[in-house]
Design a protein around this ligand. Structure first.
Ligand code: AP5
Ligand code: MG
Length: 214
């Protein structure tokens, strides 16, 4: 099962992708997480990506496409995967399709998690991310057991640099300009499914399971 998660920043792509990965036993591939891990390790890729991410801009296609195309060819992806945060532009989607076509594969579902802009800024300012394992929390919706500390690995929880309100607004604009056109792209390919991302997390997940099957 090859799945793409679409949706605005903060729509809940990562939250739902983790649940999908667990239930269907397929890898969760988040380009945002890959970039954040590279930033933390101080790699060349991380240094380049950070200059764009901190401004709320997309990292250039050439830095992301090969990375994902190589990743989905790895052995753990033979039964499928859930892509979170990729593709984010039409050229990225076209490159992915071309690479898959070469190996006789295609995307099965593009799930659009729909959340209006008004809800997004509120969500993002409450999000806290773990510096250690990448787990996400929300100070109201999913608080950690101890404030500021990850339940899973015990490391510190932080507000992501790009979750500051002014950067969130910028990311939303970038989303509407560059990523939203993918909804039509995957509608044309007859793989688009929509879920209402304003429902609570468990309900959103059960709507997704209805689409993917038990
Ligand atoms: P990325 O990390 O992908 O960020 P994003 O798309 O902006 O998405 P987020 O991770 O912010 O949101 P999400 O939809 O995963 O929501 P979450 O589940 O955490 O990318 C970061 C940056 O990297 C980009 O801006 C770009 O610069 C670069 N980048 C990455 N991929 C790229 C690519 N392909 N090309 C170019 N550049 C790329 O949920 C958000 C919050 O809401 C959480 O606190 C959560 O707990 C809460 N929440 C979730 N669901 C619900 C619910 N149903 N009800 C209430 N609260 C909820
Ligand atoms: Mg995410």
């Amino acid at each position: 099962m090859k799945i793409i998660m679409l949706g605005a920043p903060g729509a809940g792509k990562g939250t739902q992708a983790k649940k999908i990965a667990e239930k269907y036993k397929i890898p969760h591939i988040s380009t945002g997480d890959i970039f954040r891990a590279n930033i933390k390790e101080g790699t060349e890729l991380g240094k380049k990506a950070k200059t764009y991410m901190d401004q709320g801009l997309l990292v250039p296609d050439e830095l992301v496409v090969d990375l994902v195309v190589d990743r989905v060819k790895q052995d753990d992806c033979t039964n499928g995967y859930v892509l979170d945060g990729f593709p984010r532009t039409i050229p990225q989607a076209e490159s992915l399709d071309a690479a898959l076509e070469k190996i006789g594969e295609k995307i099965d579902y593009a799930i659009n998690v729909e959340v209006p802009d008004e809800n997004i800024v509120r969500r993002m300012s409450g999000r806290r991310a773990c510096l250690g394992c990448g787990a996400t929390y929300h100070i109201e919706h999913i608080p950690p057991k101890t404030e500021g500390i990850c339940d899973t690995c015990g490391k510190e929880l932080v507000l992501r640099d790009d979750d500051k309100p002014e950067t969130v607004t910028k990311r939303l604009n970038v989303y509407h300009e560059q990523t939203q056109p993918l909804i039509d792209y995957y509608t044309d390919k007859k793989v688009l499914a929509e879920v209402d991302g304003t429902k609570d997390m468990a309900e959103v997940f059960s709507d997704i399971v209805k689409i993917l099957g038990e």
